[in-house]
Design a protein around this ligand. Structure first.
Ligand SMILES: [Zn+2]
Ligand SMILES: [Zn+2]
Length: 230
């Protein structure tokens, strides 16, 4: 089975594996969706660098002020970094504008849902999605990937939209993964169904926890932006 779209792949020999590809390959043995893990790691690295040396970066501060701060999601991530000085420095001018606007009876300023950290997040996600889509037909990638946890459903769909072709192994691997989770959920529900009497399955400790995988698989990482326009 070959599911193809209009873009044709470049042949393996013409491609060079790049840093992003190697980072992706290195992330595969870690449990969980590798793209989710890599995007979250990129954001953490960005926060570290930003708070350590870039709080006074003129370009970033201009953008921060123009956006009226960062989005709600990233504001709370910023709060979680416990860097009081950085928050005080960055938000002081915004609060001055707010005090002035409220005092004049003008519109109160506020972020509209996008920020420079959203951009960083999207860029990191796009890099890893594109690297994976580009090398889906690579035998080395295939052999490492089939030992991984595989992709969450949102990232599977985003790779599907970018891949020149969806190889059979990739489709089958994910179909199997999602079907196993579904079977696990059905067994879990059967185990809770007392009307089955003796037919109620006895769950292993691992099966008892099947529900903990459902949200990460179906929705991606905590705070993942909506799929639209990606
Ligand atoms: Zn994911
Ligand atoms: Zn944001």
């Amino acid at each position: 089975m070959k599911l193809s779209n209009s873009r044709r792949p470049r042949k393996g020999r013409e491609r060079h594996k790049h840093l992003t590809y190697f980072k992706l390959e290195k992330a595969l043995p870690t449990p969980g969706c590798p793209i989710c893990n890599l995007v979250q790691a990129s954001i953490e690295t960005f926060f570290d660098a930003f708070l350590y040396e870039k709080v006074n970066d003129v370009g970033l501060r201009t953008r921060f002020n123009a956006d009226a701060g960062v989005c709600n999601r990233h504001a709370y991530q910023l709060l979680g970094c416990h860097d009081g000085l950085a928050i005080a420095v960055m938000y002081r001018p915004l609060l001055e504008l707010a005090v002035d606007a409220v005092g004049r009876g003008a519109d109160a300023p506020g972020n509209r849902g996008a920020c420079f950290i959203c951009d960083t997040e999207r860029e990191a996600e796009e890099r890893y999605l594109s690297a994976l889509a580009e090398f889906l037909d690579d035998k080395e990638l295939e052999s490492s990937f089939v030992s991984s946890s595989g992709l969450c459903l949102p990232h599977y769909e985003l790779v599907r939209r970018r891949a020149p072709e969806m190889p059979q192994w990739f489709v089958e691997f994910h179909t199997g993964k999602y079907a196993r989770l579904l079977e696990g959920v059905k067994r879990y529900l059967d185990a809770a169904n007392w009307s089955l009497g003796e037919k109620r399955p006895k769950l292993t400790p691992e099966e008892e926890r099947v529900w903990t995988e459902v949200i990460a698989l179906y929705s991606g990482y905590a705070g993942m932006p909506p799929r639209s326009n990606r």
